[in-house]
Design a binder for this molecule. Structure first.
Ligand SMILES: *Cc1c(COP(=O)(O)O)cnc(C)c1O
Length: 356
């Protein structure tokens, strides 16, 4: 008996199509870093490609190689964290150049090869994380010879606060981005992540880079989620035991039955990405009926109070993520964000892909 993670590739495709329609006339990429936000980069990338996605972003070189293998030649696969010239072998990946050193290394490689090398240029407009600083971008703009040999496919920046439409940093970043682009050699622009796509016309660009929304996370936290849910996680009951009132359950004896109770022990735990901070707080669902998680989440096991559901037996599946328990809702209970719930999902599930 094993937990099952079901990934609805039709919902991923629908989510991308919704975003594509929003972004028009701009294009929309698919961000499939971190193994497709935990749901499987290869099947997700193939499902996106099948509905027309032709630009993909990953964080690591190895992720890019895997996505290229899944897609074959053709679509753009860009590596956000960058990589050294030649390190992608035959995979044909595009580096994101994040600093003057990256620009110099790729320009030198282009000279050595005697041909143009395609790349993306990342400028930092307000995150102080990755990308050329405004001062570094100004140096490049003043001396475009430093870009000789590079075919800039996109100039990109990343929004720090796009999920908070009221934050003034959003508009500041958009205007800094426009100012920097005006000084650099002409290239297509890439600005918005998922939430940025909902901020308004100033945040449109030639290529949006949504990730989380493809996987069902709400890009507009202040209003209802326009995206379809993608992930369902169900884990089996291993045992059901009757305990008298006063019996403690689990590590630390953190919960004690107030009444004679039936406790269902379920095969999932924090090693599977069911975060320990859900201890004593989460609610599972059995055929739609809520069951409270009681006691601590342990590494491989969790316990639910099923006193009121007499039909629960070993083998009954408890839904941990799904309708009524979306990644965003589970995250709210755990004190984190839906992104962390999805990317924490472990390797011990059977993964079932529902075809698009
Ligand atoms: C992760 C990432 C994205 C996607 O962000 P979401 O919030 O998941 O839509 C886009 N651009 C960059 C640079 C990223 O790192």
């Amino acid at each position: 008996m094993q937990a099952v993670l079901t990934v609805d590739l039709g919902a991923v495709a629908d989510n991308w199509l919704l975003l594509r329609d929003r972004a028009a006339p701009g294009a929309v990429a698919g961000v499939v870093k971190a193994d497709g936000y935990g749901l499987g980069a290869a099947p997700v990338a193939r499902a996106l490609h099948a509905v027309g996605c032709r630009h993909f972003f990953v964080a690591h070189l190895t992720e890019g190689v895997a996505v290229r293998a899944a897609l074959g030649p053709g679509p753009m696969v860009a590596v956000l964290n960058g990589f050294a010239p030649g390190a992608d072998g035959e995979a044909g990946l595009l580096p994101v150049l994040n600093g003057p050193g990256d620009v110099a290394a790729w320009a030198a490689a282009a000279r050595a090869k005697g041909r143009q090398l395609p790349a993306l240029l990342h400028v930092d407009t307000g995150m102080a994380r990755l990308g050329l600083t405004p001062a570094e971008a100004a140096v490049l703009a003043a001396d475009p010879a430093r870009l000789a040999g590079l075919e800039l496919r996109h100039v990109m920046t990343h929004l720090a606060c796009a999920d908070d439409p009221e934050n003034p940093l959003n508009a500041q970043q958009a205007s800094r981005f426009a100012a920097i682009r005006a000084r650099l050699p002409a290239a297509a622009a890439s600005l918005a992540n998922s939430s940025g796509m909902f901020l308004g016309p100033d945040f449109g660009s030639d290529l949006a880079r949504p990730g989380c929304a493809l996987y069902g996370i709400n890009p507009t936290p202040a209003v209802p989620n326009p995206m379809r849910q993608v992930a369902t996680l169900e884990a089996p009951v291993l045992q059901v035991r009757e305990i008298p009132a006063g019996t403690p359950v689990g590590y630390g004896a953190s919960w004690t039955a107030a009444r004679p109770s039936r406790i269902a022990t379920v095969a999932a735990g924090y090693a599977d990405g069911y975060l320990r901070s859900l201890s004593g707080r989460a609610v599972g669902r059995i055929a739609g009926r809520p069951v409270p998680l009681v006691g601590r989440v342990s590494m491989d096991l969790i316990t639910f109070d099923v006193t009121d559901l007499p039909d629960v037996v070993p083998g009954t599946m408890v839904q941990l993520i799904g309708p009524g328990n979306t990644p965003d809702e589970v995250a709210a209970v755990a004190g984190t964000i839906g992104y962390e719930i999805l990317t924490s999902l472990g390797a011990r599930y059977r993964r079932a892909y529902r075809a698009a």
